[in-house]
Design a protein around this ligand. Structure first.
Ligand SMILES: N[C@@H](CCC(=O)N[C@@H](CS)C(=O)NCC(=O)O)C(=O)O
Length: 222
């Protein structure tokens, strides 16, 4: 089978790109990668022009596999699960899959307050920022959601559904935000964050991110 190509943005900032990268790397799927750096400011037509060669949506991430293009992080991971079913990117039971899919959908369309106040920025020194009640509410919801997934389906390992899967990839950028912005969390949440940030896939991504020189002003909150 031909190798898929994953098109990503700046590793320091592109939270949506990190997700399918984590899924591919943790599932040991052999893939090529192309990084298209964001131009400044975001929305600059030069980035759009470069990314348009891969996707009319003009956003990263994009996965190109043979003649198939998939242009959204969650859609990409669904495609991976379907194409490499032996990698068990979704949990095995229907009940766990239903919960994992709901958690992914909630992440995909929600937690705007946390995402806006605390953009993913892997290079930023760990430092707290003042948190609004809306951001605190997002964090509280995330903690209770993670706790529920782990309680119901997480017995087989340190991740949300035991073994690393798509739900963990979806929440990986949140794990980085909790660390970078020194957000106060419960001990069980901290264990889960540690497990995600200790994965070889995340280390590989972060090492590359730390070497980048590009600065995206919109994502620098200090
Ligand atoms: N829903 C999309 C969101 C993708 C997205 O917003 N990507 C951002 C980077 S993380 C982007 O390409 N921004 C460039 C721009 O807006 O010009 C997904 O999950 O793939």
């Amino acid at each position: 089978m031909a190798k898929p190509l994953l098109v990503v943005g700046n590793k320091n900032y592109s939270s949506w790109s990190l997700r399918p990268f984590m899924a591919l790397a943790m599932a040991a799927i052999d893939f090529d990668e192309k990084l298209v750096p964001f131009d400044q400011p975001i929305g600059n037509p030069a980035f759009s022009k470069k990314i348009r060669a891969f996707s009319k949506a003009e956003l990263v991430p994009v996965l190109v596999h043979s003649k198939i293009t998939v242009w959204d992080s969650l859609a990409i991971m669904e495609y991976l699960a379907e194409t490499w079913p032996d990698r068990n990117l979704w949990p095995k039971t229907k009940a766990a899959r239903a919960m994992a899919r709901s958690a992914c959908a909630e992440m995909h369309s929600g937690f705007k307050n946390l995402r806006t106040a605390c953009p993913m920025n892997l290079r930023r020194p760990i430092r707290a920022v003042p948190m609004s009640d809306a951001v605190k509410a997002d964090v509280a919801r995330i903690e209770s959601l993670w706790r529920e997934c782990r309680k119901e389906h997480g017995k087989g390992g340190p991740f949300l559904f035991g073994k690393f899967g798509i739900a963990d990839a979806m929440f990986a950028p949140v794990a980085t935000r909790l660390e970078t912005y020194d957000i106060k969390i419960a001990q069980d949440t901290q264990h889960y964050v540690n497990a995600v940030l200790a994965t070889p896939a995340f280390h590989e991504w972060k090492d590359a991110a730390l070497k980048e020189k590009w600065v995206v002003a919109e994502d620098e909150v200090d």
